[in-house]
Design a protein around this ligand. Structure first.
Ligand code: AMP
Length: 469
């Protein structure tokens, strides 16, 4: 199959081919024709599947084809025609980069706005007029509040990584954005998991969507070699330094559960003679961008990241991902190790697991439906008498900072996270059995009297939350 056979124009096919891609990935093969057809779309796909091109390419085609219909001319009267919302700044920047790459033979313009950097240059650029805007919700609303942009002429709206948006507490911002959009538009929603909250959001946002899913995400991690190194909690840093230094690894992404843990680890690795930088939500955007750029270019051997900061980071063929701490949300494990073994390349994902994390490991293996091989490193044998200690909850998932987790199984799911909902189990296309639809939410905008859609609420039949373990 080729990109041309999916109905993409010559300008887009040339741009994709020039970027080195000749064969569409499964999500692209399904999403591109669906989006070109003009209807709404609900897609179960995570980062690493090629989903970005799956919506960017047909969006560019539709915008360029409808160009003549776009009201308003060039320059300052040029209306914003497409809006892509993403949960993180890094993902926003990456998506906008894709828009540029794939749209290089088209006349469409794009820009990205996110917080943590000065607003004035963004304002100036917005006022010059742009076709496609990629944004994180907070900064988008700031710009709207300042009268810097008009969302009333949006033709295509994309909600990327919707599950993570909800995890990060963006639901109110999303609703505020929805209320600013015109009634007639095309909506595309991408999510890796399908909690009840996502179903509710999909019901309120999408009009008779096409529903697609890609290979079960568990299958996408098959090419990644996973390994557990059992180790005592206070010897993890030593073991990490030995693994990196001893194997002469040059590009390692290390995950920690907390921002403080990321800072501390990067600093300690420095004392061990291993250069490392940390990225997380408390770092300035400039520091995050610089660290990521240096890491991507191969100048920085170790990047220590929290889940949210690393979300969507796309580094081709990253050879090593290390879970210094296991995540308390099992789905995050899949997202983390998805940073390696991308687009067909093999990769290695290693987890350093101490006695405190055995329940997290059990939850992860239950989600993967398999056991991860364990290997004890000589000299780092864990103390068999060690007893588990409670683990501090990560911030940013609806829990107050520093809240203690009572038990891994009881308290590890954030808001918006259903129990065990890998995409493979969350989205069933053409599923005959109907599941009780979630209670219909108020239509977006209805509360403030600006109801934005005319069709009757309906449920996204065929969608169901994951099977309970
Ligand atoms: P995404 O899921 O959109 O973050 O994409 C994951 C990675 O796959 C990125 O590095 C893309 O550049 C790459 N990619 C996207 N489409 C293709 C394709 N058709 N063939 C090979 N790699 C691709």
């Amino acid at each position: 199959m080729s990109f041309a056979s999916l109905g993409l124009s010559d300008a887009l096919v040339r741009a994709v081919n020039a970027h080195g891609y000749t064969t569409p990935t499964p999500i692209q093969a399904k999403a591109i024709p669906a989006v070109l057809a003009g209807g709404d779309l609900l897609a179960g796909a995570q980062t690493g599947t090629g989903k970005t091109a799956g919506f960017v390419l047909p969006m560019l085609q539709r915008l360029s084809t409808n160009d003549a219909l776009a009201i308003g001319g060039r320059g300052s009267h040029r209306p914003l025609r497409a809006l892509i919302l993403t949960p993180t700044r890094e993902l926003a920047a990456q998506v906008e980069e894709s828009v540029r790459v794939y749209g290089k033979f088209l006349k469409l313009t794009s820009m990205v706005v996110f917080g943590g950097v000065g607003i004035n240059p963004q304002t100036a650029q917005l006022k010059r007029g742009v076709d496609i805007l990629v944004a994180t919700p907070g900064r988008l609303l700031d710009h709207h509040g300042q009268g810097n942009l008009d969302l009333s002429r949006i033709e295509i709206f994309v909600l990327d990584e919707a599950d993570r948006m909800l995890d990060m507490g963006f639901i109110r911002d999303i609703k505020r954005v929805l209320a600013l959009l015109p009634r007639k538009r095309q909506n595309l929603l991408f999510s890796a998991t399908f909690s009840d909250e996502i179903k509710t959001l999909a019901d309120s946002l999408l009009d008779r969507p096409a529903m697609i899913e890609v290979a079960p995400r568990n299958a996408t991690v098959d090419i990644i070699q996973q390994k557990i190194h059992p180790v005592d909690r206070d010897r993890k840093r030593e073991l990490l330094a030995k693994l990196i230094g001893g194997n002469d690894w040059r590009q390692v992404l290390v995950f920690t559960r907390t921002k403080h843990g990321a800072n501390k680890l990067a600093e300690q690795l420095g004392h061990d003679g291993i250069r490392a930088l940390a990225i997380h939500g408390n770092k300035s955007q400039g520091a995050r961008t610089r660290a990521l750029a240096e890491f991507k270019e191969g100048g920085l051997p170790v990047l220590v990241a929290t889940d949210i900061a690393a979300r969507g980071i796309d580094i081709d063929q990253l050879p090593h991902v290390i879970n210094y701490d296991l995540p308390n949300v099992p789905e995050d494990y899949v997202h983390r190790i998805g940073r390696t073994g991308r687009a067909g390349a093999t990769g290695e994902a290693i987890s350093l697991v101490c006695v405190d994390e055995h329940e997290f490991l059990r939850d992860i293996e239950r989600l993967l439906k398999r056991q991860i091989p364990q290997e004890v490193i000589a000299g780092f044998e864990p103390d068999p008498r060690a007893r588990p200690q409670p683990i501090l909850q990560r911030q940013g998932r609806g829990q107050p900072q520093g809240q203690q987790r009572r038990s891994p199984s009881a308290g590890h799911r954030g808001m918006g996270q259903a129990r065990g909902t890998p995409a493979a189990h969350g989205l069933h296309v053409g599923n005959k059995s109907r599941h009780a639809p979630a209670a219909s939410p108020p239509r977006h905008g209805a509360r403030n009297g600006t109801s934005t859609r005319t069709h009757a609420p309906r449920s996204t039949s065929g969608l169901r939350s994951g099977t309970r373990d």
